[in-house]
Design a protein around this ligand. Structure first.
Ligand code: URA
Length: 275
């Protein structure tokens, strides 16, 4: 097909519509929990296409409907990609009913709505990405796409080679076995092991649970990298914009994973070949 004819056909092809209920749209994209979203909507803080919307079950089309919270557009304005060095003791959420500090206390005022890409536990410090680009967030955080996440870990005991090997090959957790991980012993000192672990999943409290599964405990956990992006010399509690090269490298890494996942899924669907 000639290039012009192809472009015309693409324009006529039906676009995939992403419809979600308003509360789900807000929570799925990481702005808040579903319960918080319901509260925000019912208290009139959320508008859709300029109109206050008090029903959490309202259907919205992402990428088309203009959603604002407290007057701030969810998806408009320039795309922002921030790297925050989250300190221990900060929650990866918008606001805490118990008044504990959250990562938003470290960001200051932003014109756009920025939300975290995945989460770090209260007691974990390190690299947290924040963005207003929902497609980027989905690509980087979808566990199917295997974007690696690297952590420094201090354990409560010295781990022997068998324990290190178990971490590498996969341990049994209550939500299933873990995928193989890269694990490097950095040093043993004072009755502790310091190690670096790279995992490609991102289940709830995964590193802590893996260390517990081999009979030890995490004393300190710091995320140092997501895919090709490293925390580097950023000071704790500070943030910086990702460079265009870093955004590109992360997207490349996630898209490669997405392609691999799609291929694997299509192989699973293929009928068995006759012999
Ligand atoms: N694994 C954990 O146990 N906690 C985190 O915050 C991240 C990974």
């Amino acid at each position: 097909m000639k290039r012009r004819a192809k472009a015309a056909a693409a324009q006529q092809a039906p676009q995939k519509r992403v419809l979600k209920t308003l509360d789900r749209a807000l929570s799925k994209l990481g702005f808040c929990s579903r319960t918080e979203a319901e509260g925000w909507i019912r208290s009139g803080r959320v508008r859709v296409n300029g109109r206050p919307q008090s029903d959490p079950e309202t259907w919205v089309e992402l990428g088309r409907d203009r959603i604002t919270v407290d007057g701030k557009p969810l998806f408009e304005g320039r795309k922002r990609y921030l790297l925050l060095y989250k300190p221990k003791g900060y929650l990866t959420t918008w606001r805490d009913p118990q008044g504990r500090p959250t990562v938003y206390d470290l960001l200051g005022k932003t014109r756009e709505w920025i939300f975290p890409v995945g989460r770090l536990d209260l007691d974990t410090s390190g690299l947290l990405l924040m963005t207003n680009d929902s497609e980027f967030a989905e690509l980087v955080s979808n566990p199917e796409f295997h974007v690696p996440k690297t952590y420094l870990v201090k354990t409560s005991t010295v781990l022997d080679d068998a324990q290190m090997s178990a971490l590498r090959h996969g341990v049994e957790l209550k939500d299933g076995p873990t995928r193989p991980a890269e694990v490097v012993r950095l040093r043993d000192s004072g009755g502790r092991t310091f190690l670096e672990i790279t995992i490609t999943e991102g289940r709830n409290r995964q590193v802590r649970r893996m260390i517990e599964a081999v009979g030890s405990q995490v004393l300190k956990l710091v995320r140092t990298a997501i895919g090709p992006v490293r925390i580097g010399r950023l000071e704790i509690g500070k943030w910086r914009e990702l460079t265009a090269a870093e955004v590109g490298a992360l997207l490349h890494c996630a898209r490669r994973g997405a392609k691999r996942a799609a291929k694997a899924a299509s192989r699973r669907r293929e009928p068995p070949q006759p012999v």
